[in-house]
Design a protein around this ligand. Sequence first.
Ligand code: NAD
Length: 260
Amino acid sequence: MLKGKVAVLTGSTSGIGLAAAHSLAKNNAHIVLHGLLDDAEGENLAADFSRTYGVDCIFDGADLRDPQAIDRFMDRVISRFGCIDILVNNAGIQYTEQIGAFPNDKWNDILAINLSAAFHTMQRAIPVMRDQNWGRIINMASVHGLVGSINKSAYCASKHGLVGLTKVAALENAGFGMTVNAICPGWVDTPLAGAQVERLAQQNGVSVNEAKKQLVGAKQPISEMVKPSDIGDFVVFLCTAGASRISGSALPIDGAWTAQ
Ligand code: NAD
């Protein structure tokens, strides 16, 4: 379905980004994997993708806290493939603490990785997509782009910002064959959520499974975690012709969390 398209996914060495890369590669897109892995591991992962799916796949380890590193990353992609068809701004980090005690360096890192990095990659990808008259940008926001939760000031600020950035990019690029959307997942079973589950298990002296039930059940009426592959399938759907009029939307996959 996506044969010949080039998909760039930030933070695709783990969790949701890795699942989305598998879903896109299954549909024959060439893949740019990215994340904080050492080069040898990243290149092995890329070679596995090429072998498994018969697509072209490269890895880049740019640190998204550094705008110049993002520029070098995007230069490399554009000169290697000559195009960018699908951009999934997925990389993200979390840190939980009340505002009064929230460390400044964590605030800066979360804003840089979860929000500013998407601005910098879009600055480079949008002119390429406009020239092609086709492009799909998918920003991995969160339910925390739509609602707040205690102890998540930086995360909620970054994800609300990402939803706003998505809307502006969708408006600026309507009429260029492009769509720009945000996906807003609830709890997804990945290392990022796992760290919060483990912390709760320790705090409450319960098993990891019990902590998972407590954490998810507190927010989601459908009390199972979302699977990373469900989000991968949704990313693919947003790249199909059937989704070509969905743009500027913040789309929850959240077990009815934000319906309340
Ligand atoms: P994860 O921890 O499994 O993966 C994060 C990815 O980001 C990794 O590939 C990591 O290498 C990369 N990354 C982190 N810091 C980086 C940096 N400085 N430079 C470059 N890459 C960096 O996380 P995940 O749960 O798969 O989350 C993916 C996205 O989905 C994030 O934006 C997250 O906020 C969002 N999200 C997750 C959940 C959840 O419950 N897991 C819910 C809603 C939204």
